[in-house]
Design a protein around this ligand. Structure first.
Ligand code: HDD
Length: 721
């Protein structure tokens, strides 16, 4: 019988992961040692006299300090900084014709998940707003065992072969002699490596784009990067690329803003995820697949096995098959978010691998790393990593083994245990690898079909709006300006000239350099070809798609504009017009957005009606970079703010970062002290100004403008954003 493959009945709620027996709540409980001895005095160690030396005998002190001394585990070698949450995945459009994976079989079927989002390069305590790739991992606790999706918010990768991963990571991490810079790619070793690795060019375009500074984890796409296989009941294989599409759209902040957020609130993304779930704004993504029949493996101008390539959605559309909702914050960061262990090799029957050489190397790396990070091959027994499908095998012992395996048999075949545990036939849900034929010479080589390093980099650049192109140019200028070695900058300009000459020229202008007439052949620099491991000369294969809307965040067609869960800063002081503030707050609430009162002092502001409004933040503790839009209401008394440098910075930054600024009544006077005073009635559609405090249309106009995220056209009037 095919027991484990059975889908859950429709509309059955996703069974929460049962961690209840592992949870502990100290309410109304005695303080004890780890051995359960009740502690009578937790404030004083045992001493020979109250001024005498401490005694070795003090087992309570020794246990407490020893545990403390070992409280830290090694952080992840990459993706150390992250944050996660529980939720569920629900099938909306089952695809049994492509995969037999039990959790994808029936509409309405739900599977519990835990998702973790991360940056790559920084340490555990680094800022959320580093320019970096974001990790996007989802553990599915399916009835057939664990399926881990371990992807990124960028659909391609830097390198084509896993053997280059340690080099890539060494290059981007802080430089080894002085451990500088933290969580930043803007330094010599990174760009030295990249400028010698033309295969990373496509990825670099994404990394220099605003994708690398997301507004929120909830506003990022997720990609499996590699081509995987789906296997159906008939054992037929289809290639598949997996996408997550955020319900709130894909949005970013701007670079100046990112840097300021890093100072004002380095936990910005972590806090955003936590607060969204805490307030019932559950983050949601649709799961989409691009399916390519086995027969079409060689149909495209790129190789499906090359992880530096996307399949443009114009060639193979994304079919939505389900959605993920994150609805529960972890109870304990360490126990859940830190101890969770993902692995692209954790697959269930119906999902299988391809020969992508990056993926093949990953299949080794992830279990291996847990052995030093979590310290034992028993990491699967940590509550957050446990399968909800039964686990029985002959693996035994090891550090911190939790399970008490019964009986004398721990081998197979056996007769003493009745042959148990026994193997599952395929029809009983047993995993069997796709029967791919492999007949080849053993070689250390890279396929000729992997040698186009620039075609899709061009496609990405061509698909961006002018605003997005400008941001890429400025990001490259920033990064390369931080590079100290001129030869690296010049070499990089040579690479960029292969993507777009205008791009290379614009970056070069910012560096006061000249784009080299013919780019250095990076793979050959100083190294004889026979020592290069058989790499092909980099080349450009023009993409059959010239431009793809899905690659642009601004032009992305998939999402209906919304302001749900956005935060608006309401600039207040004593004497503020109570009614207009309440009107706007109500209007925002109706759209699931939030207005926060910001004032020069904490506690309350007194309103024009003699009322009081609670202050959420002061200008001392926050900044407009932490909000999506700013509203300056009317009311006598706001003028006192015009002398406050923090308030002026608050407003000027909001303008500089192209945020929507709403202003009513006397609030207009306050803006006359800002650097953008002359723009208020001057065609800047990002400033929604209304002299009439009672205007019935104001809130609606403000909300429509906010739904566009930012008023990017403003940037043309700013020289240095
Ligand atoms: Fe990796 C962690 C994603 C290539 C080796 N990786 C890690 C995480 C994500 C990714 C999201 C964090 C998981 C979590 O939240 O705990 N990695 C990727 C993607 C890649 C990729 C999308 C390319 C397509 N990774 C890659 C290669 C190797 C590794 C080529 C090694 C050969 N990755 C690791 C690791 C990590 C890791 C060292 C560190 C912590 C961990 O695994 O659990 O094994």
């Amino acid at each position: 019988m095919k027991q484990n493959n059975k889908p859950l009945p429709n509309n059955q709620e996703a069974k929460q992961m049962d961690l209840s027996k592992d949870k502990s709540d100290a309410t109304n409980k005695f303080l004890t040692t780890n051995q359960g001895i009740k502690i009578n005095d937790d404030n004083n160690s045992l001493k020979a006299g109250d001024r005498g030396p401490s005694l070795l005998e003090d087992f309570i002190l020794r246990e407490k300090i020893t545990h403390f001394d070992h409280e830290r585990i090694p952080e992840r070698i990459v993706h150390a900084r992250g944050s996660g949450a529980h939720g569920y995945f629900e099938v909306t459009n089952p695809i049994p014709q492509f995969t037999k994976a039990g959790f994808l079989q029936e509409a309405g079927q739900k599977t519990p998940v835990f998702a973790r989002f991360s940056t790559v390069a920084g340490s555990r305590g680094s800022t959320d707003l580093a320019r970096d790739v974001r990790g996007f991992s989802v553990k599915f606790y399916t009835q057939e065992g664990i399926y881990d999706f371990v992807g990124n918010n960028i659909p391609v990768f830097f390198i084509q072969d896993a053997t280059k991963f340690p080099d890539l990571v060494h290059a981007v991490k802080p430089e080894p002699h002085n451990e500088i810079p933290q969580a930043s790619s803007a330094h010599d070793t990174f760009w030295d490596f990249i400028s010698l690795m033309p295969e990373s060019t496509h990825m670099i375009m994404w990394l220099m784009s605003d994708r690398a500074i997301p507004r929120s984890y909830r506003m990022m796409e997720g990609f499996g990067v590699h081509t995987f296989r789906f296997i159906n009941e008939l054992n037929e294989s289809h290639f598949v690329k997996i996408h997550w599409k955020p319900k709130l759209g894909t949005h970013a902040v701007v670079w100046d803003e990112a840097q300021k957020i890093s100072g004002k609130d380095p936990d910005f993304h972590r806090r955003d995820l936590w607060e969204a779930i805490d307030t019932g704004n559950f983050p949601e993504w649709e799961l989409g697949v691009q399916i390519v029949p086995e027969a079409d493996e060689h149909k495209y101008e790129f190789d499906l096995l090359d992880p530096t390539k996307i399949i443009p959605e114009e060639l193979v559309p994304v079919t939505i098959i389900g959605k993920m909702v994150l609805n529960r914050n972890p109870d304990n960061f360490f126990a859940e978010t830190e101890q969770i262990a993902f692995h692209p090799g954790h697959v269930v029957p119906g999902i299988d691998f391809t020969n992508d050489p990056l993926l093949q190397g990953r299949l080794f790396s992830y279990t291996d790393t847990q052995l030093s990070r979590l310290g034992s091959p028993n990491f699967h027994e940590i509550p957050i990593n446990r399968s909800i499908a039964p686990v029985h095998n002959n693996q035994r012992d090891g550090h911190m083994r939790q399970e008490i395996n019964m009986g004398r048999v721990s081998y197979s075949p056996n007769s003493l245990g009745g042959g148990c545990p026994y193997q599952a036939k395929i029809a009983e849900g047993g995993f069997s690898s796709f029967n791919e034929r492999v007949d080849a010479h053993k070689v250390r080589a890279r396929s000729e079909s992997f040698s186009d390093h620039f075609g899709q980099a061009k496609l990405f650049f061509n698909s961006q709006t002018q605003t997005e192109k400008d941001h890429i140019i400025r990001a490259l200028r920033f990064e390369l300006t931080k590079v100290e070695t001129t030869a690296i900058r010049v070499r990089m300009l040579g690479i960029l000239s292969q993507v777009d000459t205008g791009l290379a020229q614009s970056v070069a202008q910012g560096l006061r350099l000249v784009v080299p007439a013919s780019p250095e052949q990076p793979m050959n620099h100083g190294v004889s070809p026979e020592n290069l491991g058989g790499e092909q000369e980099p080349k450009t294969v023009p993409s059959s798609v010239e431009s793809s809307q899905a690659l642009s965040m601004i032009n992305n067609p998939t999402v209906t504009p919304t302001i749900a869960s956005r935060k608006v800063a309401i600039v207040c002081a004593d004497g503020v017009d109570e009614q207009v503030v309440l009107n706007l707050k109500m209007a925002l609430l109706k759209e699931d957005a939030k207005g926060c009162i910001i004032a020069p002092y904490h506690g309350i502001v007194k309103t024009d009606k003699g009322g009081e409004m609670a202050v959420d933040f002061t200008f001392l503790t926050c900044s407009s970079v932490l909000f999506d839009a700013v509203y300056v209401p009317g009311g006598q008394g706001l003028n006192e703010l015009s002398q406050d440098a923090d308030v002026m910075d608050f407003l000027n930054d909001a303008y500089r970062h192209c945020k929507i600024i709403g202003v009513q009544g006397q609030g207009i006077e306050l803006l006359s002290g800002t650097a953008f005073a002359d723009k208020i009635d001057n065609g800047d559609e990002g400033i929604v100004a209304e002299e009439d405090n009672n205007s019935p249309e104001f809130a609606a106009n403000f909300i429509i403008a906010m739904a566009g995220h930012r008023f990017w056209a403003r940037e043309a009037t700013l020289s240095n954003n």
